[in-house]
Design a protein around this ligand. Structure first.
Ligand code: HEC
Ligand code: HEC
Length: 381
């Protein structure tokens, strides 16, 4: 044992002398820096360094431990309903062609996304938007990138009826389900009546989705007191995420989203891939180019990124934020255009060093977990 300790001490001394020679100040200060960060971030959240947030920011919430699904307590009594929702989610018979289910695009093995730049649905038609994960969707007040649905019940009508996504029509789907004995039983156990209605289908789908949440990440373990759950680099990333990187202005709270809509400069205004975002829902010119702030939990698994699938790599995203994101300028013809998009004033040029950017990416990986293995349920016959 003694021998090992002596050897260990010796190798540290040699290491320090060597690094001193290689780069006298840098190594020492960065080690001190990392140690002091670990110390404050291991303490109570109230004592963490002040976040770099803009003074007019509303709804700021500090980061925190992953909350449970609101259905957790009631899960046992809701079992038949959740089970019905799960089966419907995986059943392609909800689509016009009988070939596409919700899970075709929200696949559990891909953290409930599809891995595609933009969604591919009925007849291989391409949607214009990237498929978001359904992990933690119960926390959003507004759904879709442009906030056009107010609840999960409301949301499920979208894909089923959509020409591009599932190309179904509720009348035909209900007649189809009514002919499947297994469904009559499942609706009966869930609702006490085997009557099948659009309202029940969307309600069951919504209830199932409220149970789909992230797993606890290493960041959560760290907050719960396991101080070695994060590496030095990840703790520095957490720090830069909250301070110099300013990510926390929008990606805040336990889910890393403020649930609000912001224009971060990706509208493509007046170009082929133009997407006016929230404006399409509200018709308020202030909202052109705003999209919902996505949660960053499990973000390491949900590439490609953004409403249009523009980015493949997290480092590419952080590089873009660091350079201040696109800030489109008006051409003379656009001078009086009321719809010309304005990039959010919370987006600023950051000039992060490459090390800082990599630290932030490392932190994003520390709030990512391995997807749960979910077996597709057996479909009723
Ligand atoms: C063809 C692929 C496809 C299919 C099939 C599909 N979705 Fe989606 N889903 C998407 C895309 C793309 C979006 C984002 C659309 C937008 O914001 O305009 C989305 C958005 C959502 C959202 C909103 C997430 C958020 O963060 O706001 C939920 C919830 C959802 N889908 C659930 C479902 C359910 C339930 C079904 C089955 C009834 C389904 N999806 C079928 C591609 C698909
Ligand atoms: C002004 C608010 C705001 C700030 C500040 C901000 N974000 Fe975002 N973030 C958003 C919005 C809104 C989107 C979606 C934009 C879109 O799709 O057009 C987004 C998207 C992302 C995505 C893609 C997620 C996905 O699932 O597609 C990542 C990753 C991300 N942000 C990380 C960061 C990091 C890291 C920082 C700090 C360097 C940061 N954000 C700062 C609002 C913000």
């Amino acid at each position: 044992m003694k021998k090992i300790i002596i050897l260990f001490a010796l190798s540290i001394t040699v290491g320090i002398i060597y690094s001193f020679q290689a780069s006298p100040n840098k190594v020492i200060t960065s080690k001190n820096f990392s140690d002091s960060l670990r110390k404050v971030y291991s303490g109570p959240i109230e004592n963490w360094p002040k976040p770099n947030i803009d003074p007019d920011l509303i709804n700021y919430r500090e980061l925190g431990i992953l909350p449970d699904s609101p259905l957790k307590e009631k899960e046992d009594s809701l079992k038949p309903l959740i089970e019905l929702g799960r089966v419907l989610f995986f059943d392609p018979r909800l689509s016009g062609s009988g070939q596409i289910s919700c899970s075709s695009c929200h696949a559990p093995s891909l953290s409930w996304t599809d891995g595609l730049v933009t969604a591919r649905g009925h007849d291989h038609l391409l949607g214009e938007r990237n498929t978001p994960t359904i992990l933690n969707v119960w926390t959003y007040e507004k759904l879709f990138w442009d906030g056009r649905a107010n609840s999960l019940e409301d949301q499920a009508l979208g894909p089923i009826n959509s020409e591009i996504e599932m190309h179904g029509d509720f009348g035909a789907i209900i007649s189809r389900l009514k002919r499947i004995k297994g469904y009559l039983t499942k609706f009966d156990s869930a609702y006490g009546s085997s009557d099948i209605t659009p309202g029940k289908i969307t309600h069951a789908l919504a209830t199932f989705q409220r149970t789909v949440i992230s797993r606890k990440s290493r960041f959560d373990q760290f907050l719960e007191g396991k101080s070695n759950a994060l590496t030095d680099q990840e703790i520095r990333g957490l720090h830069f995420f909250r301070t110099q990187g300013r990510c926390i202005n929008c990606h805040n709270g336990p889910l890393f989203t403020d649930g609000q809509f912001h224009n971060i400069g990706l509208t493509y205004y007046g170009r082929k891939y133009e997407d006016l975002g929230l404006y399409l829902t509200t018709k308020n010119p202030e909202d052109v180019g705003k999209f919902k702030t996505p949660s960053l939990r499990d973000v390491g698994n949900t590439r490609p990124y953004m409403h249009n699938g523009l980015f493949e790599e997290l480092l590419g995203i952080v590089n873009m934020y660091s350079s201040g994101m696109p800030q489109p300028a008006k051409t003379p013809e656009q001078k009086n255009d009321p719809l010309f998009p304005k990039t959010s004033k919370h987006i600023q040029k950051l000039d992060l060093s490459m090390d800082q950017r990599k630290d932030i990416v490392a932190f994003l990986e520390a709030i990512t977990t391995t997807p749960l293995r979910v077996r597709a349920p057996e479909l009723p016959k």
